[in-house]
Unconditional design. Structure first.
Length: 372
């Protein structure tokens, strides 16, 4: 099957634009939340060894225990999932405490920059859904170069997200077509993004805003790259129910305000598990996969703990934790019940440099076309 594959040339960052800032698969929260988990000395006193091989888990763990703590700033997932990841990490590696802070991309990036300007090095790891932020951090030389162990466990086409190893895959956020089976049957529903603009779906579609939602903006950019801007013009003529966030689509389907919409696998499967008559359609012309990068900050106060954590992300344990919340696993041998792996479906992901350069243009055109 055809896949749109990341360029392997060196990415050059531009000014940070909030592509996916205010959105997350589930449990979007606007206020910063943080939780400390586990036991251990939170200082990093003493001589802590550096330059340890990623594959020397024992030495890396001993060095991480000397540091005693890991601080993670995360944009994707919600605070509950971040906390559960922290619990799994500290259970596997006792003696390291965990502090996870989850917020929107715009708020957390601002926090990171304000701390840096004040000379405060608090976070060890930054993970975002706004690819331009990571490109900017790399361009400004604010990231540590590190190739974690276990990369062979990641789906091959995303395995070398950054050939220079300044950032890695932290999460996959697939955008698909969700539908309410009490309002429309699978046979009646569209099998592709192209078919979604058929006139028979007039007044039946819900969508977030491509101007306000980074994930919807990425979807809109993908549709423009695949089919031209006229696709979005035709889409708008169907009178979709327009909300700000991609998170608003599934509630509209549950409330039977609309029959179908562009949404995320995790949100649909979460409501389906609660008994709502929702299901997933993987479009034949490609699920739009938002790839969320994660990196160790150059001035991380606990660099060995950060390296150990990046190794942990490539393990089965990490993917098994997030699949409990219906999030897409990044480990290719872990399955998400009710979902397909990214290796077995057609997918499309805009190249990071085009996201950074073109999303602002898509936002402006969306405002002109849709009005919001």
């Amino acid at each position: 099957m055809n896949h749109h594959i990341f360029s392997r040339r060196k990415f050059v960052g531009t000014a940070a634009t909030t592509l996916i800032g205010t959105f997350i698969l589930k449990g979007c929260q606007t206020n910063t939340q943080q939780t400390a988990i586990g036991e251990g000395d939170t200082s990093s006193d003493g001589d802590v060894p550096t330059g340890i091989s990623a594959n020397d888990e024992e030495a890396l763990y001993e060095a991480a225990k000397q540091e005693g703590k890991l601080v993670w700033y995360a944009v994707y997932f919600n605070q509950e999932i971040v906390d559960e990841i922290g619990k799994a990490f500290t259970q596997k590696y006792p003696g390291i405490s965990f502090e996870g802070t989850r917020n929107t991309a715009s708020n957390l990036f601002q926090k990171l920059n304000q701390e840096a300007q004040a000379g405060l090095n608090i976070a060890d790891i930054y993970a975002t859904t706004d690819f331009s932020q990571m490109l900017q951090l790399k361009e400004e030389q604010k990231l540590q170069q590190y190739e974690p162990a276990g990369k062979e466990n990641i789906v091959e086409k995303y395995r070398n997200l950054d050939p220079d190893n300044y950032y890695q895959v932290g999460a996959f956020l697939p955008i698909i077509i969700g539908y309410n089976s009490e309002l429309i049957s699978l046979e009646e529903a569209p099998s592709s993004w192209q078919e979604l603009t058929n006139a028979k779906y007039q007044d039946k579609i819900a969508t977030g805003s491509g101007a306000a939602s980074g994930q919807v903006g990425t979807w809109a950019l993908s549709m423009e790259q695949k089919y031209g801007w006229d696709y979005l013009v035709n889409f708008n003529q169907l009178n979709p129910k327009l909300s700000r966030s991609i998170n608003d689509v599934v509630p509209a389907l549950v409330a039977k305000e609309r029959a179908l919409g562009a949404t995320t696998v995790g949100q649909v499967l979460t409501r389906k598990s609660l008994g709502d008559p929702l299901d997933v359609i993987y479009p034949e012309d490609g699920a739009i996969v938002v790839v969320a990068p994660i990196a160790i900050l150059k001035e991380a106060p606990h660099p060995n703990a950060a390296k150990l954590f990046l190794n942990f992300l490539n393990s089965r344990e990490y993917s098994e934790v997030i699949t409990k919340y219906f999030e897409q696993p990044i480990h290719q041998e872990v399955e998400l019940p009710g979902a397909k792996s990214l290796a077995e479906v057609n997918t499309y992901t805009p190249q990071p440099e085009t996201i950074s350069a073109d999303i602002p243009k898509v936002k402006e055109k969306w405002r002109e076309e849709f009005g919001a």
